[in-house]
Design a protein around this ligand. Structure first.
Ligand SMILES: [Zn+2]
Length: 445
């Protein structure tokens, strides 16, 4: 077994690092960072460690806000490398949905813990997740036990694929009960999100009820939209409108809506996204690997849309490495939009402060400022692939860094990764047993 060992919150002094604050001015300063009771207490030079504080030496390192991936599927991590060479709709119906339908509580818990281990070791401290239809508690429990910051919930599907389709009322009743049970746990580190899969797998009564549950409880709505041309055509046929235009028509667009992908958009949809401050989660790795296309990210930014970043699922990427996604996002659009179309600082904001809003807590995480929750990643900057450092550290991080450069990860004041070793989960055992767990699941297919 791989029981989690969640460490206590400690007084932490991160000493002598270069702090990438991602505050409003996006300032970069040489300073110490003091963490007390799960919060950033001070960011200042030469702080004296309080009695009993654990000191993390950060000389030659960057101290940055923990990265936030605003669209992932922990439930799919066990299917990594099992669904290559397919486009979205075939990828779902031939591989992913049958796999998800075969999950039991044990395999789902394993998948979630394996994913969280990868994320924390790579400096990702917060995620917006979509679980599968059944056994959602196993994913929520893994998030609670491992220490990651989590917004997510049960996947809702009340039409389409038989192995996952549920009765509308039963699905809604279960999601509401899960939300009541989990939302706000551990001082708000766990937050619930309503997760209808996408337009094609949900009926209109379900969408309407999702909207009212979100309004009533303040829960985020996390779904997919306009990822693939065939999907967009099928949506138009099913509801007589494009994805985002339809969401707008039923009153779902706005600050609580988190939409993964948004690759194929009409001009009107781009305007709707910008005007309603809906979060668009750019998933460049998944969009490339599923041959979906390129989201018009520079144009959306120019129009004032709210952009975040995510690795999506392990079987369509095939890693959950936030640094890889940042580098893709920062370079992918330049041939079409020009070399200055997407500055590194903007991409880093997508993976930090913009992600905080997708999590539903932009006032609490996403930057290093006194009073905010202490979600931090420490990055080694002295390795050969970083040097000589340039004048713009945001660019150095976005263009040069990899998840394996992360030495320490802190979430909510808990020191979860210490010197590249994860303390809340047994990463080696999770990796070692992944194939056997997948084999057990495959037998149930
Ligand atoms: Zn997805």
């Amino acid at each position: 077994m791989t029981a989690a060992r969640l460490p206590k919150r400690e007084v932490l002094l991160l000493r002598g690092g270069t702090v990438i604050t991602m505050d409003r001015q996006r300032s970069v300063v040489r300073a110490d960072v003091l963490v007390v009771d799960g919060r950033i207490d001070k960011v200042a030079k030469s702080l004296r460690p309080p009695k009993g504080a654990r000191v993390i030496e950060c000389e030659g390192r960057a101290v940055m806000p923990g990265l936030i991936q605003s669209h992932v599927h922990l439930c799919q991590v066990l299917f990594r490398n099992q669904a290559d060479g397919l486009e979205l709709l075939d990828w779902l119906s031939q591989r992913i949905w049958p796999f998800e339908a075969a999950h039991d509580e044990r395999s789902l818990g394993h998948s979630a813990r394996l994913g969280i281990a990868e994320l924390l070791l790579g400096g990702t401290t917060g995620i917006v997740d979509m679980a599968t239809v059944r056994h959602t508690g196993a994913v929520m429990q893994a998030a609670l036990d491992s220490g990651i910051r989590y917004t997510g919930g049960k996947c809702l599907m009340d039409q389409g694929f038989e192995g996952l389709r549920e009765d509308t009322r039963a699905a809604l009743k279960e999601t509401e009960a899960l939300g009541k049970e989990w939302h706000g746990q551990d001082d708000g580190r766990i937050r619930y999100a309503l997760c209808p899969r996408f337009v094609l797998s949900c009926t209109k009564p379900l969408w309407n009820e999702v909207r009212s549950l979100s309004e009533k409880n303040g829960w985020t709505v996390h779904t997919h939209a306009s990822e693939n041309r065939a999907e967009v055509a099928a949506v138009r046929k099913a509801v007589g409108d494009d994805n985002i235009a339809w969401f707008h028509r039923i009153g779902l667009t706005g600050e609580r809506l988190v939409l993964a992908h948004c690759v194929h958009l009409s001009e009107r949809e781009e305007e709707i996204l910008s005007a309603t401050a809906t979060t668009v989660v750019h998933c460049p790795g998944a969009n490339l690997k599923l041959a979906s296309g390129l989201s018009p990210v520079p144009r959306l930014l120019q129009k004032g849309a709210h952009l975040a970043l995510g690795g999506d699922g392990a079987p369509c990427n095939n890693t959950l490495d936030a640094f890889h996604e940042m580098r893709l996002a920062a370079t992918l659009h330049l041939p079409a939009f020009g070399p200055r179309a997407l500055p590194a600082s903007e991409v880093l904001a997508m993976a930090t402060r913009n992600g905080a809003r997708a999590l539903g807590i932009e006032d609490q995480v996403g930057s290093i400022e006194a009073g905010k929750r202490a979600d931090l990643a420490v990055l080694e900057l002295t390795r050969p692939h970083f040097v000589p450092l340039g004048p713009d550290l945001h660019a150095t991080i976005v263009y040069c860094a990899k998840s394996s450069d992360v030495t320490d990860t802190i979430v909510d004041g808990r020191h979860l990764v210490r010197g590249q070793k994860l303390v809340s989960l047994d990463a080696a055992s999770l990796a070692e047993n992944a194939s056997a767990e997948l084999a057990r699941l495959t037998k149930r297919l």
